[in-house]
Design a protein around this ligand. Structure first.
Ligand SMILES: CC(C)(COP(=O)(O)OP(=O)(O)OC[C@H]1O[C@@H](n2cnc3c(N)ncnc32)[C@H](O)[C@@H]1OP(=O)(O)O)[C@@H](O)C(=O)NCCC(=O)NCCS
Length: 342
C-alpha cells in the first residue's frame, strides 16, 4: 500500500486521552477490561503526545501508540520506540490510516534519536514498512521435581519493590526503568492478557504469568542461584513452567537448571530505523569487543544491507538471516513482551 501523505495526523492532546482509550477498548477489549488500566504508562497524560491519531469529524478513528525506552545491552544504550495499541475503527479500515500512522511514528522517532522500533505485532502493515522477525530469544521448560528442598514461595508485596528495582538495575541486558515506572509495572502487573505474580526470595525475584493454561516466567532478577531455586520451586508447587531468556541471561540460568535452551521467535516485529545511528549507539559495546580496524570494516560491509536485513544480522532472526557472519553477532536484546510494555 502507498503511504497517504495528505492525511491529517495529530499528536494526541492529553485532554483527549479517554477518547483514544475508548477506541482502543472498542477494538481490543470489546467485552470487558480497559486498555487504559492495563497500559497506564502508554495511556498516560505524560505520554499522550506520543500517541498519534487520525480524526474524522472530531472523532478519533485510528491510532498508533508510541512509547520511548532505552535498551541497555551490556555497555551500550540503544534508544528504542515501542509501538502498540495500533487500531482503526472498523468503519474506517482499509484507507491507509494505520499505514500512514506507522510511517509517521518512525519519522518522529528518528527525529528523537530512536534507532530501533519494536512493534507489538506482526502484519502486512509492519512487514511492508520493513519490520522483520529479529532478536535471539530462548525458552527452557522446567518440570516439577521431588519437593525435597522446596521452600514455600512468597508473593512480593509493595515493600519489596525497592529491593527488586535494585536487582533489576543490575541485569546486564534490560530496558532501563525509572524507579517510578518499575513501581507502576509491578503494581499493575498486567501482561500477556493476564495478571502477573511476582515471587520473592532474599536476593532474587521471578515474575510469572499464565497464558493458555501454561505458566511463563517472563522476568527475573537477582542472585542467579536463587533465581534458579525460585523457578524450580514454582514448578514444584504449580506445575510446568516455561522460562523466557535472552542472549544475556540464558547461559547462566539454563546451566543452573540443567536444561538446554530452545530458540523462540520474538512475539512481534522490529526494525532498525537508521543503521549508522544505531551503530553509533552501539559504540561502547563494539569498542569493547572488536578492534578499531575490524569495526571500520564491519561498518563498510554492513552498509550494503537494507535496514530489514541489517536488523536480522545484528539481532539474529528465526526467519533466516542474509549471508553475513561476524562473531560479534547476534547481539543480545531485552524482550519487551514482558513487564516493560505497559
Ligand atoms: C490492523 C489495523 C490497525 C489496520 O488498520 P487500517 O487503517 O485498516 O490499515 P491500512 O488501511 O493502513 O492498511 C491496510 C493494510 O493492512 C492489511 N491489514 C488490514 N487489517 C489487517 C489485519 N487485521 N491483519 C493483518 N493485516 C491487515 C491490509 O491487508 C492492507 O494491506 P495492503 O497494504 O496490502 O492493502 C485494523 O485492521 C485494526 O484495527 N485491526 C484490529 C486491531 C489489530 O489487529 N491491530 C494490530 C495490532 S498488531
Amino acid at each position: 500500500m502507498r503511504v497517504n501523505k495528505s492525511l491529517n495526523i495529530k499528536r494526541l492532546e492529553p485532554s483527549r486521552l479517554l477518547k483514544a482509550v475508548e477506541l482502543a477498548d472498542r477494538v481490543f477489549k470489546p467485552k470487558d477490561g480497559s486498555m487504559g488500566t492495563n497500559f497506564p504508562v502508554l495511556f498516560s497524560k505524560k505520554n499522550a503526545h506520543n500517541i498519534l491519531v487520525i480524526e474524522e469529524g472530531n472523532k478519533i478513528v485510528s491510532m498508533v501508540g508510541m512509547y520511548y525506552a532505552y535498551a541497555q545491552i551490556f555497555t551500550s544504550r540503544i534508544k528504542v520506540v515501542f509501538i502498540g495499541a495500533v487500531c482503526t475503527d472498523e468503519k474506517y479500515r482499509g484507507k491507509g490510516y494505520a499505514t500512514a500512522l506507522t510511517y509517521e511514528a518512525a519519522q518522529i522517532a528518528l527525529k528523537n534519536d530512536v534507532t530501533l522500533m519494536m512493534i507489538h505485532g506482526d502484519n502486512d502493515i509492519y512487514r511492508n514498512f520493513g519490520a522483520v522477525d529479529a532478536g535471539t530469544y530462548f525458552t527452557i521448560e522446567i518440570k516439577p521435581m521431588q519437593k525435597l528442598h522446596s521452600h514455600k514461595l512468597k508473593i512480593a508485596t509493595d515493600s519489596d519493590i525497592k529491593k527488586m528495582a535494585i536487582w533489576h538495575s543490575k541485569e546486564p541486558v534490560r530496558f532501563i526503568r525509572t524507579f517510578a515506572n518499575f513501581k507502576i509495572f509491578h503494581k499493575v502487573g498486567h501482561t500477556w492478557d493476564n495478571h502477573v505474580k511476582t515471587f520473592i526470595g532474599d536476593q532474587a525475584y521471578i515474575t510469572v504469568v499464565e497464558r493458555s493454561d501454561t505458566y511463563n516466567c517472563i522476568e527475573f532478577a537477582g542472585e542467579p542461584n536463587e533465581v534458579a531455586m525460585l523457578i524450580q520451586n514454582f514448578a514444584n508447587e504449580h506445575g510446568k513452567l516455561t522460562v523466557h531468556l535472552n542472549l544475556g541471561n540464558k547461559d547462566c540460568i539454563s546451566r543452573l537448571l540443567m536444561e538446554v535452551p530452545q530458540r523462540r521467535q520474538f512475539y512481534g516485529t522490529m526494525r532498525v530505523l537508521d543503521k549508522f545511528k544505531f551503530l553509533d549507539q552501539l559504540k561502547d559495546y563494539l569498542d569493547e569487543s572488536i578492534s578499531g580496524t575490524d569495526k571500520g570494516m564491519l561498518k563498510v560491509k554492513l552498509s550494503n544491507f537494507d535496514d530489514s536485513d541489517f536488523t536480522k544480522i545484528v539481532f539474529g532472526s528465526t526467519e533466516g538471516s542474509p549471508q553475513f557472519t561476524h562473531e560479534i553477532f547476534p547481539i543480545p536484546l531485552p524482550d519487551y513482551h514482558g513487564m516493560d510494555y505497559i
